[in-house]
Design a protein around this ligand. Structure first.
Ligand SMILES: NC(=O)c1ccc[n+]([C@@H]2O[C@H](COP(=O)([O-])OP(=O)(O)OC[C@H]3O[C@@H](n4cnc5c(N)ncnc54)[C@H](O)[C@@H]3O)[C@@H](O)[C@H]2O)c1
Length: 289
């Protein structure tokens, strides 16, 4: 039988960590969130209160349930206090491999022998991070999607060192918090969902750059022809065109400037004009700020 996850610790209270933690608390799990930067936990306290009040106001949750969630959602400044008694620790700190490895080694010093330790990283596969652990079989990735409170899927990424008990427990945990688990059975760059998104986006860029269709028509094709909620260019606007350009430029340089990986001209032009997508009020499309 899979190890039952009754207590969760989340490390990192930024965009993802706070939502991952609140989602677990809403799912009935005792949850401890910690962050190493002063002030973050105060912001999370205000944010979670506003979120739960909003759910009650919209009739999506009754006030007794919201109160119970608040009682299960603990904000603790010290790493040790968050992880000491946790069945599962979810790491959601900055995307820096050395920082993550240092953190995993510190977590293992103070957590239980049976604690499962996962990363929410979108890019680092579990085997790269598990080298920091004495018990690497306890590590996998549990990859959420933004906004983690609402997106229904998590990827359970299996590393070559991940134990079967670890994976079984994570799949069961996903069900408990209302998510559908997609098990990525072998490590691969981008895992599954982002690879599919990448393939669609690459094709969309090819069609635009070579004059086969406009980006508006391609979005209409994906939305009305395939039933996607958002076409590829609307999705890029949401993600932030500057961030996308940074990622593509880094990949292009890392490849030794392979021509097929050169960032699209139109992307660089838009970012050059300060059109970074939804957050700047203009990307491919115009938005009310
Ligand atoms: N943002 C996304 O859309 C998204 C989606 C899926 C996965 N991810 C992954 O989630 C992780 C976090 O991303 P994010 O966007 O939430 O980042 P973020 O920058 O919003 O938050 C990171 C938080 O970690 C804290 N932190 C940094 N170092 C720490 C440490 N050593 N100990 C404790 N806290 C520490 C920071 O204070 C900050 O609050 C990354 O690994 C990223 O790949 C992000």
């Amino acid at each position: 039988m899979a190890i039952e996850i009754k207590k969760v610790a989340v490390v990192g209270g930024g965009t993802m960590g706070r939502q991952i933690a609140l989602n677990a608390a809403i799912g009935g799990v005792e949850t401890y969130l910690t962050d190493s930067f002063p002030g973050v936990l105060d912001k999370v306290a205000a944010w979670s209160k506003e979120y739960l009040n909003g759910r009650v106001a919209k009739g999506k949750m009754d006030s007794a349930a919201a109160e119970a969630v608040s009682k299960r959602f603990h904000l603790v400044p010290k790493l040790k206090d968050a992880v000491a008694d946790a069945d599962l620790v979810i790491e959601a700190i900055v995307e820096n491999l050395d920082a993550k490895k240092e953190l995993f080694a510190n977590i293992e010093k103070v957590c239980k022998d049976s604690t499962i330790i996962v990363s929410n990283s979108s890019t680092f596969p579990p085997s790269l991070m598990a080298v920091a652990l004495k018990k690497p079989e306890r590590m996998a990735n549990l990859h959420y999607f933004n906004p983690a409170l609402h997106m229904a899927l998590v990827e359970v990424v299996v590393g070559p060192q991940s134990g079967k008990e670890t994976i079984d427990a994570l799949v069961a945990f996903a069900g408990k918090i209302g998510k559908t688990p997609l098990t990525v059975r072998k490590e691969i760059e981008g895992f599954v969902v982002n690879r599919i998104l990448q393939a669609i986006t690459n094709e969309a860029w090819f069609l635009v750059e070579n004059g086969y269709a406009t980006y508006q028509d391609i979005d209409a094709g994906a939305e009305k022809g395939l039933g996607h909620p958002m076409g590829p260019f609307r999705t890029l606007d949401l993600a932030g065109l500057d961030t996308i350009l940074d990622i593509r430029t880094a990949k292009y340089k890392a490849s030794g400037c392979k021509e097929e990986l050169r960032p699209p001209k139109l992307l660089a032009e838009l970012v050059g004009k300060g059109h970074c997508g939804r957050k700047s009020g203009q990307g491919f499309y115009k938005y009310d700020k």
